[in-house]
Design a protein around this ligand. Structure first.
Ligand code: CTP
Length: 225
Protein backbone atom coordinates (compact mmCIF):
# COMPACT_ATOMS: atom_id res chain seq x y z
CA UNK A 1 0.00 0.00 0.00
CA UNK A 2 2.89 2.36 0.78
CA UNK A 3 4.64 1.69 -2.52
CA UNK A 4 1.35 2.21 -4.35
CA UNK A 5 0.67 5.44 -2.45
CA UNK A 6 3.82 7.04 -3.85
CA UNK A 7 3.13 6.17 -7.51
CA UNK A 8 1.93 9.03 -9.75
CA UNK A 9 -1.85 8.73 -10.27
CA UNK A 10 -1.66 9.20 -14.05
CA UNK A 11 -4.55 6.76 -14.72
CA UNK A 12 -6.89 8.02 -11.96
CA UNK A 13 -10.51 7.17 -12.77
CA UNK A 14 -9.64 5.12 -15.88
CA UNK A 15 -10.95 1.58 -16.39
CA UNK A 16 -8.28 -0.74 -17.75
CA UNK A 17 -8.84 -4.25 -19.12
CA UNK A 18 -5.76 -6.49 -19.48
CA UNK A 19 -5.22 -10.01 -20.85
CA UNK A 20 -2.22 -12.01 -19.65
CA UNK A 21 -0.53 -15.37 -19.80
CA UNK A 22 -0.78 -18.24 -22.26
CA UNK A 23 -3.91 -20.07 -23.36
CA UNK A 24 -4.36 -23.84 -23.17
CA UNK A 25 -6.09 -25.56 -26.07
CA UNK A 26 -7.34 -29.01 -25.14
CA UNK A 27 -6.72 -31.96 -27.47
CA UNK A 28 -8.50 -34.40 -25.18
CA UNK A 29 -9.37 -34.41 -21.45
CA UNK A 30 -5.75 -34.98 -20.38
CA UNK A 31 -3.56 -33.08 -22.88
CA UNK A 32 -3.38 -29.87 -24.79
CA UNK A 33 -1.32 -27.23 -26.60
CA UNK A 34 0.03 -24.18 -24.82
CA UNK A 35 3.06 -21.84 -24.93
CA UNK A 36 5.84 -20.52 -22.70
CA UNK A 37 4.22 -17.22 -21.63
CA UNK A 38 4.42 -16.85 -17.82
CA UNK A 39 1.96 -13.95 -17.50
CA UNK A 40 4.54 -11.86 -15.58
CA UNK A 41 4.46 -8.86 -17.97
CA UNK A 42 0.66 -8.66 -17.99
CA UNK A 43 0.42 -9.03 -14.21
CA UNK A 44 3.07 -6.29 -13.78
CA UNK A 45 1.02 -3.99 -16.04
CA UNK A 46 -2.13 -4.78 -14.01
CA UNK A 47 -0.29 -3.86 -10.81
CA UNK A 48 1.24 -0.70 -12.29
CA UNK A 49 -2.12 0.46 -13.73
CA UNK A 50 -3.90 -0.15 -10.41
CA UNK A 51 -1.17 1.70 -8.51
CA UNK A 52 -1.55 4.56 -11.01
CA UNK A 53 -5.19 4.94 -9.92
CA UNK A 54 -7.00 2.79 -12.50
CA UNK A 55 -9.80 0.31 -11.90
CA UNK A 56 -8.26 -2.86 -13.36
CA UNK A 57 -9.78 -6.09 -14.67
CA UNK A 58 -7.26 -8.83 -15.50
CA UNK A 59 -8.30 -11.80 -17.64
CA UNK A 60 -5.64 -14.46 -17.12
CA UNK A 61 -4.81 -17.73 -18.82
CA UNK A 62 -3.39 -20.61 -16.76
CA UNK A 63 -0.51 -19.07 -14.76
CA UNK A 64 0.91 -19.49 -11.26
CA UNK A 65 0.96 -15.87 -10.13
CA UNK A 66 -0.72 -14.05 -7.24
CA UNK A 67 -3.39 -11.48 -8.16
CA UNK A 68 -2.08 -7.90 -7.78
CA UNK A 69 -3.77 -6.00 -4.96
CA UNK A 70 -7.20 -4.50 -5.69
CA UNK A 71 -7.30 -6.00 -9.19
CA UNK A 72 -10.38 -7.96 -10.36
CA UNK A 73 -9.20 -11.24 -11.88
CA UNK A 74 -11.04 -13.59 -14.23
CA UNK A 75 -9.34 -16.95 -14.90
CA UNK A 76 -9.73 -18.68 -18.27
CA UNK A 77 -8.02 -21.55 -20.06
CA UNK A 78 -8.61 -21.40 -23.80
CA UNK A 79 -8.53 -18.66 -26.43
CA UNK A 80 -12.29 -19.01 -26.91
CA UNK A 81 -12.88 -18.55 -23.17
CA UNK A 82 -10.56 -15.51 -23.21
CA UNK A 83 -12.52 -14.13 -26.15
CA UNK A 84 -15.89 -14.72 -24.43
CA UNK A 85 -14.66 -13.07 -21.20
CA UNK A 86 -13.14 -10.00 -22.91
CA UNK A 87 -15.64 -9.05 -25.61
CA UNK A 88 -18.62 -8.18 -23.36
CA UNK A 89 -16.33 -6.15 -21.04
CA UNK A 90 -14.26 -4.26 -23.60
CA UNK A 91 -16.61 -1.38 -24.47
CA UNK A 92 -17.01 -0.58 -20.75
CA UNK A 93 -13.28 0.10 -20.41
CA UNK A 94 -11.13 3.09 -21.40
CA UNK A 95 -7.99 1.08 -22.14
CA UNK A 96 -7.41 -2.48 -23.37
CA UNK A 97 -3.92 -3.98 -23.03
CA UNK A 98 -3.58 -7.35 -24.81
CA UNK A 99 -0.54 -8.96 -23.24
CA UNK A 100 -1.78 -12.56 -23.49
CA UNK A 101 0.06 -15.01 -25.74
CA UNK A 102 -3.14 -16.31 -27.33
CA UNK A 103 -2.80 -19.61 -29.19
CA UNK A 104 -3.33 -18.95 -32.89
CA UNK A 105 -4.96 -22.35 -33.45
CA UNK A 106 -6.93 -24.91 -31.44
CA UNK A 107 -7.70 -28.57 -32.10
CA UNK A 108 -10.89 -28.64 -34.18
CA UNK A 109 -12.47 -31.32 -31.98
CA UNK A 110 -11.78 -32.04 -28.34
CA UNK A 111 -13.11 -35.50 -27.66
CA UNK A 112 -14.59 -36.43 -24.28
CA UNK A 113 -12.26 -39.42 -24.04
CA UNK A 114 -8.47 -39.69 -23.92
CA UNK A 115 -6.93 -40.60 -27.30
CA UNK A 116 -5.30 -44.05 -26.90
CA UNK A 117 -2.37 -45.55 -28.80
CA UNK A 118 -3.67 -48.08 -31.32
CA UNK A 119 -0.50 -50.16 -31.47
CA UNK A 120 0.23 -49.21 -35.10
CA UNK A 121 3.20 -46.98 -34.17
CA UNK A 122 1.56 -44.07 -36.00
CA UNK A 123 0.81 -40.78 -34.24
CA UNK A 124 -2.77 -39.51 -34.55
CA UNK A 125 -3.23 -36.40 -36.66
CA UNK A 126 -4.92 -33.49 -34.92
CA UNK A 127 -6.92 -31.16 -37.18
CA UNK A 128 -6.51 -27.51 -36.16
CA UNK A 129 -8.72 -24.47 -36.62
CA UNK A 130 -7.87 -20.77 -36.21
CA UNK A 131 -8.81 -18.89 -33.03
CA UNK A 132 -10.52 -15.48 -33.18
CA UNK A 133 -8.15 -12.49 -32.97
CA UNK A 134 -9.35 -10.89 -29.73
CA UNK A 135 -7.33 -7.68 -30.03
CA UNK A 136 -8.43 -7.08 -33.63
CA UNK A 137 -12.09 -7.69 -32.65
CA UNK A 138 -11.90 -5.25 -29.73
CA UNK A 139 -10.25 -2.69 -32.04
CA UNK A 140 -13.24 -3.02 -34.42
CA UNK A 141 -15.86 -2.20 -31.72
CA UNK A 142 -17.68 1.09 -32.36
CA UNK A 143 -17.03 2.17 -28.73
CA UNK A 144 -13.53 0.79 -28.66
CA UNK A 145 -11.17 1.44 -25.76
CA UNK A 146 -7.65 2.74 -26.38
CA UNK A 147 -6.02 -0.50 -27.60
CA UNK A 148 -2.46 -1.58 -26.82
CA UNK A 149 -1.21 -4.78 -28.43
CA UNK A 150 1.93 -6.80 -27.76
CA UNK A 151 4.05 -8.46 -30.42
CA UNK A 152 5.97 -11.52 -29.27
CA UNK A 153 8.57 -12.20 -31.95
CA UNK A 154 11.72 -14.24 -32.38
CA UNK A 155 13.28 -11.99 -35.07
CA UNK A 156 12.78 -8.75 -37.09
CA UNK A 157 11.00 -7.19 -34.11
CA UNK A 158 10.48 -3.67 -35.46
CA UNK A 159 9.24 -4.87 -38.86
CA UNK A 160 6.75 -7.38 -37.40
CA UNK A 161 5.56 -4.92 -34.74
CA UNK A 162 4.90 -2.22 -37.38
CA UNK A 163 2.99 -4.69 -39.56
CA UNK A 164 0.97 -5.98 -36.59
CA UNK A 165 0.00 -2.44 -35.58
CA UNK A 166 -1.46 -1.81 -39.00
CA UNK A 167 -3.04 -5.25 -39.44
CA UNK A 168 -4.82 -5.05 -36.07
CA UNK A 169 -5.57 -1.33 -36.47
CA UNK A 170 -4.38 -0.31 -32.99
CA UNK A 171 -2.61 2.93 -32.01
CA UNK A 172 0.20 1.29 -30.01
CA UNK A 173 2.07 -2.02 -30.27
CA UNK A 174 4.66 -3.10 -27.72
CA UNK A 175 7.25 -5.40 -29.25
CA UNK A 176 9.36 -7.90 -27.33
CA UNK A 177 11.47 -10.95 -28.10
CA UNK A 178 9.42 -13.89 -26.76
CA UNK A 179 12.21 -16.46 -26.24
CA UNK A 180 14.38 -13.88 -24.39
CA UNK A 181 11.69 -12.87 -21.93
CA UNK A 182 9.15 -15.68 -21.40
CA UNK A 183 9.34 -16.67 -17.71
CA UNK A 184 11.93 -14.02 -16.81
CA UNK A 185 11.59 -11.03 -14.48
CA UNK A 186 13.14 -8.60 -16.96
CA UNK A 187 12.37 -7.53 -20.50
CA UNK A 188 13.21 -4.99 -23.22
CA UNK A 189 10.31 -3.25 -24.99
CA UNK A 190 9.96 -1.50 -28.32
CA UNK A 191 7.03 0.94 -28.48
CA UNK A 192 5.67 1.32 -32.00
CA UNK A 193 3.07 3.97 -32.79
CA UNK A 194 2.09 6.25 -35.66
CA UNK A 195 5.03 8.54 -34.94
CA UNK A 196 7.68 5.82 -35.01
CA UNK A 197 9.59 3.63 -32.56
CA UNK A 198 11.04 4.03 -29.08
CA UNK A 199 13.01 1.48 -27.12
CA UNK A 200 12.52 0.99 -23.38
CA UNK A 201 15.88 -0.56 -22.42
CA UNK A 202 16.27 -3.74 -20.39
CA UNK A 203 14.73 -3.47 -16.91
CA UNK A 204 12.46 -5.37 -14.53
CA UNK A 205 8.97 -6.07 -15.82
CA UNK A 206 7.50 -3.90 -13.04
CA UNK A 207 9.76 -0.98 -14.00
CA UNK A 208 8.79 -1.37 -17.67
CA UNK A 209 5.11 -1.74 -16.75
CA UNK A 210 5.24 1.60 -14.91
CA UNK A 211 6.93 3.25 -17.89
CA UNK A 212 4.32 1.78 -20.24
CA UNK A 213 1.46 2.95 -18.00
CA UNK A 214 2.90 6.49 -18.10
CA UNK A 215 3.14 6.28 -21.93
CA UNK A 216 -0.48 5.09 -22.18
CA UNK A 217 -1.64 7.90 -19.85
CA UNK A 218 0.10 10.52 -22.03
CA UNK A 219 -1.45 9.08 -25.21
CA UNK A 220 -4.87 8.79 -23.56
CA UNK A 221 -4.71 12.45 -22.61
CA UNK A 222 -3.87 13.29 -26.20
CA UNK A 223 -6.59 10.97 -27.56
CA UNK A 224 -9.39 12.52 -25.46
CA UNK A 225 -10.97 15.86 -26.36
N1 CTP B 1 -3.85 -11.59 -29.96
C1 CTP B 1 -5.20 -11.75 -29.68
N2 CTP B 1 -5.88 -12.84 -30.15
C2 CTP B 1 -5.26 -13.76 -30.91
C3 CTP B 1 -3.88 -13.62 -31.22
C4 CTP B 1 -3.21 -12.53 -30.72
O1 CTP B 1 -5.78 -10.90 -28.99
N3 CTP B 1 -5.95 -14.79 -31.35
C5 CTP B 1 -3.15 -10.40 -29.50
C6 CTP B 1 -2.05 -10.66 -28.48
O2 CTP B 1 -2.53 -10.59 -27.15
C7 CTP B 1 -1.07 -9.52 -28.78
C8 CTP B 1 -1.24 -9.30 -30.28
O3 CTP B 1 -2.52 -9.82 -30.62
O4 CTP B 1 -1.47 -8.32 -28.16
C9 CTP B 1 -0.19 -9.96 -31.14
O5 CTP B 1 -0.05 -11.32 -30.76
P1 CTP B 1 1.08 -12.21 -31.42
O6 CTP B 1 0.93 -13.61 -30.91
O7 CTP B 1 2.42 -11.53 -31.29
O8 CTP B 1 0.71 -12.13 -32.97
P2 CTP B 1 -0.33 -12.90 -33.86
O9 CTP B 1 -1.45 -11.98 -34.16
O10 CTP B 1 -0.68 -14.19 -33.21
O11 CTP B 1 0.53 -13.11 -35.20
P3 CTP B 1 1.76 -14.13 -35.47
O12 CTP B 1 1.52 -15.35 -34.61
O13 CTP B 1 1.67 -14.38 -36.90
O14 CTP B 1 3.02 -13.40 -35.08
Amino acid sequence: ELVAFFQPKCLAGQRVLITAGPTFEAIDPVRGITNLSSGKMGFAIARAAQEAGAEVTLVAGPVHLPTPRHVTRIDVQSALQLHDAVLPLAAGHDVFVATAAVADWRPADCGAQKIKKDGSGRAPSVAMTENPDILAEVARLPARPYCVGFAAESHDLAKHAREKRQRKNVPLIVGNIGPSTFGRDDNTLLLVDEQGERKLPSASKLHLARALVAEIATRLGAAKP
